[in-house]
Design a binder for this molecule. Structure first.
Ligand SMILES: C[S@@+](CC[C@H](N)C(=O)[O-])C[C@H]1O[C@@H](n2cnc3c(N)ncnc32)[C@H](O)[C@@H]1O
Length: 248
């Protein structure tokens, strides 16, 4: 450039950069929409190829599984696997459960709009979001402080205002918010914590993995009748991480 001549606005890359920036501004929303469509299609495939064939038939549960963006609940390096029917690591030796198991537990407790639901084992917050997507109000407890804080922020960012997250040991339940119409425990133990049975409302349903995960762990459904009698049934073999005690 000759001395005294005016340079391009924005320095020597100006004229080339401006059209590029404009192009990016125009294409980004389109790209985002395209990505949303791809994730939505992946969820549809998950429902059609895995959930329905494996016996998930409750329409509210299926609608929730179609709606909740599981890819937002997994670590960035796991996103491409978000809609495989598999558990995935979320840190601290913990996992986000397999989608069919999330759907089965949801279907078993039959959450509906306005119902009060307790979850023990928030993890990523995905199961809580699926429960909340049905219109239920959800209270969820996580023993790892970091996971509880991350899940709380994630659920708020995604607009789940009907979920309360607490850091603590869910063995004792959430007495101040009890009784609950449904309780979902997403970690396994030898037996069901008595406080959880106490906090289940008459007519309520609780689901939890019970038994040794390496030998014989089963998903157990507890139904409390209107007179307050609890009856439990072993349903299917599962393999969950253990219900821990104390605070982390
Ligand atoms: C299989 S993961 C749950 C996955 C989770 N529901 C999700 O959707 O990502 C089990 C979770 O239970 C938590 N946990 C284990 N023992 C607990 C306890 N006593 N109270 C609360 N959370 C507990 C673990 O830290 C872990 O995050």
């Amino acid at each position: 450039m000759r001395p005294g001549s005016r340079g391009p606005p924005g320095g020597k890359n100006g004229p080339k950069l401006l059209p590029l920036l404009l192009a990016a501004a125009i294409t980004c929303p389109v790209q985002a929409q395209h990505d949303d469509d791809r994730w939505r299609s992946a969820r549809e495939r998950l429902v059609a190829e895995h959930l329905v064939p494996q016996g998930i038939s409750d329409s509210l549960t299926l609608a929730a599984m179609r709606a909740v963006p599981r890819h937002e609940f997994v670590p960035a390096d796991q996103r491409l696997h978000a809609y495989e029917n598999a558990p995935l690591p979320i840190g601290h030796g913990q996992t986000i459960s397999q989608p069919v198991v999330v759907a089965l537990m949801t279907q078993l407790v039959r959450p509906r709009a306005g119902m009060r639901v307790l979850e023990v084992g928030t993890g990523s917050g995905y199961q809580a979001a699926v429960l909340a997507q049905t219109g239920a109000r959800v209270w969820t407890i996580e023993i790892f402080r970091v996971l509880a804080e991350e899940a709380s922020a994630r659920l708020a960012r995604l607009g789940y205002r009907n979920v309360a997250v607490r850091h603590g040991d869910g063995y004792a339940g959430w007495p101040e918010a009890a009784p609950f119409d449904a309780i979902v425990v997403t970690a396994g133990a030898d037996s069901i914590p008595p406080a959880l049975i106490e906090q289940l409302a008459p007519g309520g349903r609780l689901v939890m993995p019970v038994g040794d995960p390496l030998l014989d762990q089963q998903l157990v459904l507890v139904e409390k009748d209107e007179a307050g009698r609890a009856v439990s049934r072993r349903l299917v073999p599962v393999r969950f991480v253990p219900l821990l005690r104390g605070e982390r």
